[in-house]
Ligand binder design. Structure first.
Ligand SMILES: Cc1cc2nc3c(=O)[nH]c(=O)nc-3n(C[C@H](O)[C@H](O)[C@H](O)COP(=O)(O)O)c2cc1C
Length: 453
């Protein structure tokens, strides 16, 4: 029988995949800054392992971070094997995501007594968020933040369940902010509760399988179907259990759940906050949540995310890439694959695409179609499908060697917020072009570096 998916099953997966994917840190770390410094120092050297800090200064809980640091982790979260991704290329990760997106999963209620998140229940006066190793992530941040919890709200009219990831600044032992952008479904639900004059029950879930966060970060067209989508990405039914103080479903296999009542009339300014862009945002006026209970596993692992790192954007990278791919493929069938840039860059404004060119203006047309699908495009590069769009140096090589014609790079001004650079780095059709140099495939395949080095 297969093990149900949760954070622990995923840690097992990455540990099995080897040190490129997982590192255990035994030396004690301070949740304030240490975790982010270690993660960012690794990023600067091109290393993106999941980090499990087993000893936390000031807390009995261990900390996991960098769960989304590596694009291949998104593939591991979708049950792909490292060998498979290495052999067929990382394009299979988006293919698997798009395949799963087409399915509809299920969620089911399970017995609370068999729900790991119920092993410890802390409620009433005992509630104290200082029990959790919630840390500071940047020098000028306004406080300590929960940076990757899934916030669950129930639509008061339809009963539909909404899941989104929103940042929460710690205000006190049982009080946090809830920063939801007005256009998100979560905001609409809160507004509706206000109109009905009803109290707003909420749960924030910390620590679960990465596919669950990928599902929560994807903004579908409607509030309905979010748990079903999460289950689809997990590729198994999602087990839920009702909260003990609020009528909100909680993921039974989570590490930690925070239950509370959101007060839309008690507003405070959060921030400054170190955003995914690499800049501070001044903060927003946010409603607050009064925490009613914390439930958790007896040896709970706290999941942290360094928000100013590329990891932040990686959580929903497949969601954004899938929308680009699906939108463009319909009108430009020559599109083969898309990728929103390398792990080491803040890359939601970047898109590399590979095409199988049939006509000489395909590169430009695909580029324009991609720009149309992106929210804030900055740089779009189109290459032939012999170029690996997951390798930035190959993309730049194509730019340097194939962008021979003067009309192949254009700076476009659209109704979007700033100029966009579109580079068509494909070879011209119908002209003699030098053959790409390379080694014999047999020799390449026969040599395993570990046998020599
Ligand atoms: C790490 C991370 C942090 C995020 N922080 C916020 C946030 O603070 N506020 C917000 O409105 N959206 C935030 N988002 C984006 C939302 O989670 C995402 O758009 C989600 O689909 C919104 O869900 P909803 O439309 O169902 O409310 C964040 C996403 C990620 C991956």
């Amino acid at each position: 029988m297969s093990v149900p998916k949760d954070l622990r099953s995923f840690l097992h997966t990455v540990e099995e995949a080897g040190p490129r994917f997982f590192r255990r840190v035994e030396k004690p770390v301070n949740p304030n800054f240490d975790v982010s410094v270690i993660q960012q120092k690794l990023t600067k050297t091109g290393q993106f392992p999941v980090l499990h800090f087993t000893k936390t200064i000031g807390s009995p809980l261990s900390i996991v971070s960098n769960l989304f640091g590596n694009y291949e982790n998104l593939g591991l979260a979708l049950d792909l094997k490292p060998k498979q991704m290495a052999e067929v290329g990382k394009g299979c990760i988006l293919e698997e995501y798009i395949k799963r997106k087409a399915d509809v999963g299920i969620y089911r209620d399970v017995n609370p007594s068999r729900s790991p998140v119920r092993e410890l229940v802390i409620r009433g006066d005992q509630v104290d968020l200082a029990l959790l190793p919630i840390g500071r992530h940047a020098e000028l941040n306004g406080g300590k933040y929960i940076t990757i919890g899934v916030t669950v709200l129930v639509d008061p009219d339809t009963g539909h369940i909404n899941a989104g990831i929103y940042r929460h600044m710690i205000l006190g032992k049982d009080s946090i902010t809830c920063n939801i952008t007005p256009n998100h479904h979560g905001s609409r639900i809160i507004k509706r509760y206000q109109e009905l004059g009803k109290s707003i029950p909420v749960a924030i879930i910390i620590g679960h399988h990465p596919a669950l966060f990928m599902g929560a970060a994807y903004s579908g067209p409607s509030i309905a179907g979010e748990f079903e989508f999460i289950s689809t990405l997990l590729n198994e039914p999602l087990d839920v259990v009702k909260g003990i103080t609020v009528d909100v479903p909680i993921f039974a296999r989570s590490e930690i759940a925070i239950e509370g009542i959101l007060n839309p009339n008690e507003l405070v300014k959060d921030g400054p906050f170190s955003e995914a862009t690499g800049y501070y945002d001044d903060g927003n006026i946010c409603p607050t949540i009064k925490v009613m209970a914390i439930t958790m596993r007896h040896d709970a692992i706290y999941h942290d995310l360094c928000p100013m790192n590329h990891e932040h954007l990686q959580v929903n990278k497949l969601g954004r890439e899938s929308l680009i791919y699906e939108g463009v493929k319909k009108i430009m069938p020559c599109l083969r694959s898309v990728h929103q840039g390398p792990e080491s860059a803040v890359s939601s404004g970047v898109c590399f695409a590979a095409i199988n060119k049939i006509s000489n203006d395909d590169g430009y047309k695909v580029g324009m179609a991609i720009i149309d699908q992106m929210r804030s495009p900055k740089l779009v590069v189109i290459v032939d499908d012999d170029v690996d769009i997951f390798d930035q140096s190959e993309v730049l090589w194509a730019v340097c060697t194939r962008m021979g014609q003067k009309d192949k790079a254009v700076s476009i001004h659209t109704s979007k917020n700033s100029p966009i650079v579109l580079i068509d780095a494909t070879k011209p059709l119908g002209e003699l072009f030098p053959k790409r140099s390379g080694l014999p495939q047999n020799n390449w395949d026969a040599i395993r570096l570990e046998d020599y080095l």
